[in-house]
Each structure stands twice: as C-alpha cells, then as structure tokens.
Design a protein around this ligand. Sequence first.
Ligand code: G6P
Length: 624
Amino acid sequence: MASLVPPPSSSSTSSLSRFSSSSSRSHPSSTSFPVYRKPVTSSAPPLIASPTFAIAARTSETLLDVASLKEKVSLETDPLQLWKRYLDWLYQHKDLGLSVDVSRIGFSEEFVEEMEVKFKYAFAAMEKLEGGAIANPDESRMVGHYWLRKPELAPNVFLRKQIEEALARVSRFADDVVSGKIKPPPCPAERFTQVLSVGIGGSALGPQFVAEALAPDNPLLKIRFIDNTDPAGIDHQIAQLGPEMSSTLVVVISKSGGTPETRNGLLEVQRAFREKGLDFAKQGVAITQENSLLDNTARIEGWLARFPMFDWVGGRTSEMSAVGLLPAALQGINIKEMLAGAAIMDEATRNPSVRQNPAALLALCWYWASDGRGSKDMVVLPYKDSLLLFSRYLQQLVMESLGKEYDLDGNLVNQGLAVYGNKGSTDQHAYIQQLREGVHNFFTTFIEVLRDRPLGHDWELEPGVTCGDYLFGMLQGTRSALYANKRESITVTIEEVTPRSVGAMIALYERAVGLYASLININPYHQPGVEAGKKAAAEVLALQKRVLAVLNKASCQDPVEALTLDEMAERCHATNQVEMIYKIVAHMASNDRIIITEGLCGSPKSIKVYSGECNVENLYINLS
Ligand SMILES: O=P(O)(O)OC[C@H]1O[C@H](O)[C@H](O)[C@@H](O)[C@@H]1O
C-alpha cells in the first residue's frame, strides 16, 4: 500500500513525496512543487459541444468615462430627496428577507442609461454560461457553480446526476458521522467529536466563513482549520486536539489535489497521527477531483471516504459543493437551507432588469464608485460578529476573479477591486477615522442584520435601549457620517444570519462578480497570476537544495570548510542570487539547520557558514 509519507529513515519516494519540497534533513527529495495536471475525469459521456463564447460585453475599448459623468452631478444632500432616492432604488426580496440599498451611491440617470447596453451583454453572457458554454476560455472549462443548487439546470443528465449523487452522499455521510453510525476506530470516544479541515484558498475560506457564521454554540463536532504551511500554526491546531485526536475526522480539501500548503498540512497531520499510534486512513476524508494526486492517495491508502470536486466548479465558488457542504453538515448546519437560499438568489439575479436584480445593482455601484477600473477599494463592514469572515471570503471571490492584467481582447488593463474590512462597530475604533476624514480611496458596503439576538432573549440595558440598539445606531451613524463627507456606501440588509440568508449572500456576490466581470470585459474564472509566486517559490527551494549540497560538500573536507555568501553563490552557479542565498542561510541558521561561524546576520557580507553535517549521499548531487 502506497504511503503519503516515507518512513522517517527511508529515502524512498512515495507518489506524493516525489513532488515534495521536504526540508527535513532526513528526507532528501526533489524540490519542485506539484505541477497541476488536469485529472482524467470518469467515464463521462462527451459533454455538450459548447462553443467558447465571449463572456463579456466586448466593450472594453468603450470603458465608460465615469469620471466625466461624475463631474456633472453632485451627491444629493437634501434628506427628503435622499428618502425618495432610497425608495426609488431599494431592492427587496420578500422570501429571503434581504434588501439592497444603493441610494448612497451617487450614480446619475445618464450613467444608468449608458450602462444598459453593457448589462444587456452581461445578462446574455450569463445565460450562456448557465447553459453550459465554455465560459472560462483560457482553461477551456464550463463554469457551473449555479447548477450545484439547482441540478436540473445542468446542461446534461450526466452532470445533473453527478451533482445529485454527490449531495446525497455528503448528507448521508454527515448524518452517519453525527449520529455515531460511522465511528472512529476503537477509542474512548463513541463517535467523532472534532473535524480538522486541511485546505487553502477556495478550499478553506468558504468553510471558515460558514463555520463562523452558522455553527451552533456547541456543535456535536467542532471544526478547526489548517490553511497554511506555517509549522507553528499547524502544531497549534494539532496540539489543541489533545486527546481528541483519536476522535477527529480529518477532511482534506483540494480541488487540484496537489497544492503544496495542503499537502504539507496533510503530511504534518499524518505524522502526528503516527506518533500517537493512530491509523490515519480510518479518520481521513478527501474532497478533490477524481484521479487527482490526493484522490489517488486516499483511494490507495483506503481512507474513510472520498467526495468529488468538479472540474467546472472554481475553488472560490465551491462553497455549495462538497467543499463547503460537508464541513457545514458535520457541524449540524442545515445545508439544504443554504442551497435553497442560494437557489432563490440565483433566480432573483437572473432578472434582466438592473433595478430588479440585486447583483446587477451591486455591479452597477462598483462600476460607478470605482470608475470601472478599481480606482476605489470596497470596505465591507458587517455589523454582526458572526459575519466577521465575510470580507475575508469576499477578498478571494472578488479579487482573484477581477484582478486581471489583460482583458478578454488581450488589452493590458490591470483590473481589480480591492476588498477589506472586518466588522462594525469594532472597526469604528480602528480605521473609520481615516475613512471619514482621510484619503478618499474607498466606498463601503454595510451588511446590516435586523434581528439582534433570538427573540425572547433581549433586555434593555438602559431605559428603552438594548445592546443591539447600540449596534444599530453605530451602523446608521457611520453610514450618515461617511455620506456627509461624500463617502458613498451600499447597504445590504438581511433579517437574520441563517443558512438560507448566508447561502443567498454567497450567491448574490458570486453573481455580482460574474456580471461585473462582463461589464469590464475580463475573464473572472481563471487566476493566471497566482502561478508566478508558486513558480518563484519552487525556484527558491531548488536553490536551497543546491546551497545545502554545497555546504555539505564543504563540510566533508578535512578540515571542515566554512564558506562566505559569495563562495556559496559561486559554487551554486548562482552569483546573481546572492541575496536569496543570504535569506536561505539566515532562515536555516535560525532553525539550527546550518551554522554561522563568523560574522553577524546584521552584516550579511561578513558571515561564514558551514553545515556541520557531511552526508556522503549528498556529495554526488550534480550542481552544474
Ligand atoms: O483547492 P486547491 O486546488 O488546493 O486550490 C487552492 C487555491 O489555490 C490557488 O492558489 C488558487 O489561486 C485558488 O483559487 C485556489 O482556491
């Protein structure tokens, strides 16, 4: 049976460790990061012959000159006119209990008219996308997250069944784990008590947001996250499991199945399990694309369960797939309600009238406020602690989707829309000072939740005033104070934070991003820029291996030879990389993996280094 982790003393390479960038001295292996290869999908019939299509309005060359339109109008200040504007533009969805107020964004009628043709194309493109066209032309992929909450919309029966089956399996598995029908291997606990989720980016942000927003106070299974390759952070999560490690369900999530941070998190958790004498496979669950490295590993090692991730669902829009649904269901969150909320919102955001489409209204405001070029940042301020992670979730959804160098016609555009924010009123005591009076480089989105706490639990902490009234007052006060200083804002209001309203908000922003991308003529479904950093990181680790090999060789001399940075750079054939070699040396010395004999880190030029280890095997590494 193949193992993900080589035994400590073995130098053999497993399927995954072949891709390893292991820094452990006892695990020499290659330094390249996993290369994503599109997994072979199952024996699906050929999908519909869907032509690639232009998902955008194809009007990049006519990006609206918003600045000059702005010059013709000024922000309305008369309270009665503002009330009228509020009523004129207010969007309300009765069933969802959700409304969108755009009255404090100062767009003019002329702007709205000018945008009409762009929206016409954007709606048409969205319809084609939902119909199964190749909406992500660079990667030649369909974009199907809308089908996840309405499988009958999927462009063929095979896909529909795949979605339905996956959902049924997720629900069944979660029910069985929660009820104790599926148990951990014999241990003091009768059932699983913890979930440890290992994943990053789109494979973590949605589950984290939903857990924070919706998990009950004392869930049957408490969830923790490993979402980085920070060893101390991983140790912290593992340590907190304590004796409950034996009753922890480890859910490893990665669409590609080869993301280094996730792979590392998995290896670390497996090591911790081994040290405790636990059989990881009996507690491991994988959510990934069929035949990915992770999928194959989980299958070969006989993990407890595997759930699919679909090629046509992007990581940042995967909350309604197994990626988000399984962790949610394990915490006792009603996933059917999440899906229902999203489906209702999807329906509402298909409306081709901008005024009656909440996602189109958001996209309209983003265009106006940021000149269609991301010239202003979007500060997202939910006035509700449980929505703290919403802006963090939106950062990926919005910025990875819209932050693009080129438009669909290949023009250099450097598009984007920066998102930040935590929660109100907390942020009022941090940076609202700058928002009110400082550099005017943002617009705000307030997220208002009408219900303060479960009915019947409230009390007045001073005559006529509850704690929630203060929160309400802070939101309204900040909105007014910002507007009075010409700082525009949108307000999205929901009645309560429930699985349904959270599902609806996710769907609202997914659609807003898709429509806005069309308006500015970019592909929001790929992320070519992310690769550059990964490639550069792989090069750093490759250089580190060379440095180690050089130091090792020098340490095998008699007497042991200590090297300067320049000598190391020369022997690595990397004289132009001396700065990076210094950083490698400083990092490794701080971790007692090499020794600095002379000089100080404070003056890099003076240091001399040796490894203190002569490993004969390493002598034969080819440095040329
Ligand atoms: O789910 P995974 O394949 O592990 O990917 C995790 C993340 O990795 C990348 O860096 C992408 O830019 C993200 O969009 C993705 O969500």
